[in-house]
Design a protein around this ligand. Structure first.
Ligand SMILES: [Zn+2]
Length: 421
């Protein structure tokens, strides 16, 4: 039954004792597996409850809006991945991580159960980002969650989330996030904040407490503790974490025979825009596939149509550099636009007539000097043809201050074997 309260001129309001009849929180909690069915539906806003598994970085969109991606889980059934990794290996990884934590010179020569080491690592409270990330990676190696949902928080919602997170210390974080809309992000649904969105941290609310108890129980059964959120460069819904690589590692990498590509994350500075590759390509407006003129006509193979409208998209090949070497990467439309800060049509409109389209415009050259995190794809084509120009699948700009320590890169490095499995 829907009711409305009208306030009139003579309406009196008196404070009353809380008799607990009206619940303090009233949410419409949706389980993650129901979100798929709500994509594109804008009539009802969605509330979710979950444990925060990872938090990304603030990213600026071309329109200037800033967003923060957060991954949540509401799974009651963690996958215990310990079974897929030889126990001896887990021990050695943990000992290595503990050595790093305590700056030990050599591994302690004792045989302790692996779960003990994890508890030890998880309960030690060294207040440094480094130990936190180490602990997180330890856990991530063998306890993962099936149900994950990415929530994108915009502007004020993002800043508020970051501020609240700073006050939580190193404990697992449970939240209720309200007023969300379901969107499709590549092939998976994700949630996006609206003006009505609010995030509640660890409130006294039954579904949140139930989830908390269930996850604590599940993780105890698996012999590990629940972990605080991991800080990641890019939040992804799948469990395949991306290994952080130096450029030299990228150049030397071998792709495991059962895979056709490897993803890697490089922190590097753009040093040059490669000439001779142009900065755009002609594509079919319908399917975005590259098209070339034959007898002054454009034919799209994918659409099987020789009467297509042609539009332009960015394809910028950039040289990037870190302490270990240099390589080249290809930035396609979305990623190039993000760094350049303008859609391609604006640049084309600003070209003076008679400009050679091959010539790199100043707005594109301006991205030289930017320090970025590049998520790249390394495939057999790159390796067998000796052709670098790795495709960038995600990019985010870093300020130079953050790049001060290459700690994170080194830490990611040690974890390589775990992440390759
Ligand atoms: Zn087409």
């Amino acid at each position: 039954m829907d009711m409305a309260i009208n306030f009139f001129y003579k309406t009196k309001i008196e404070e009353a004792e809380d008799n607990k009849i009206i619940p303090q929180y009233k949410f419409e909690i949706h389980p993650f597996d129901k979100v798929q069915g709500l994509v594109g539906q804008i009539k009802n806003l969605i509330d979710v409850v979950g444990m925060v598994t990872s938090v990304g970085r603030l990213e600026k969109r071309t329109n200037g809006a800033e967003k923060l991606d957060v991954a949540l889980t509401d799974s009651r059934n963690p996958r215990n991945r310990a079974t897929s990794i030889p126990p001896a290996f887990i021990i050695s990884v943990q000992v290595q991580a503990l050595q790093e934590l305590y700056n030990l010179d050599s591994a302690p020569t004792c045989s302790v159960p692996s779960s003990f080491l994890v508890h030890l690592a998880a309960s030690c409270s060294i207040p440094s980002a480094r130990s936190l990330s180490l602990i997180s990676r330890l856990g991530a190696s063998f306890l993962s969650w099936n149900e994950k949902m990415i929530v994108t928080l915009w502007e004020d919602r993002a800043y508020q989330f970051q501020a609240s997170l700073q006050n939580t210390g190193q404990s697992p974080i449970f939240v209720v996030i309200t007023g969300l809309l379901a969107k499709k992000f590549s092939d998976k649904p994700s949630l996006s904040s609206t003006d009505a969105t609010r995030t509640y941290f660890d409130i006294d609310y039954k579904p949140l407490k139930d989830l908390k108890n269930a996850l604590h129980e599940a993780s105890a059964k698996a012999g590990v503790g629940l972990l605080p959120p991991t800080n990641v460069q890019f939040v992804t819904a799948d469990e395949k974490s991306v290994q952080q690589l130096h450029i030299k590692d990228v150049l030397d990498i071998e792709i495991p025979p059962e895979k056709d590509q490897v993803r890697g994350l490089c922190m590097a500075t753009i040093t040059e825009i490669m000439e001779g590759n142009g900065w755009l390509y002609n594509c079919c407006s319908k399917c975005a596939r590259a098209v070339h003129p034959t007898e002054e006509k454009y034919f799209c193979v994918a659409c099987n149509d020789d009467n297509i409208t042609v539009s332009q998209r960015y394809r910028v090949v950039a040289r990037i550099k870190d302490d270990t070497g240099t390589t080249t990467v290809t930035l396609f439309n979305k990623e190039a636009e993000q760094l350049i800060g303008a859609p391609i049509q604006r640049l084309i409109n600003e070209l003076t007539e008679g400009t050679n389209m091959e010539e790199i415009p100043p707005a594109v050259k301006n991205i030289v000097g930017k320090l970025c995190a590049f998520q790249i794809k390394i495939n057999n084509y790159n390796i067998t043809n000796g052709c670098e120009e790795y495709t960038v699948t995600r990019v985010s700009e870093c300020s130079n201050a953050e790049a001060g320590g290459s700690d994170t890169v080194n830490a990611g490095h040690k974890d390589k074997r775990v992440r390759l499995e």
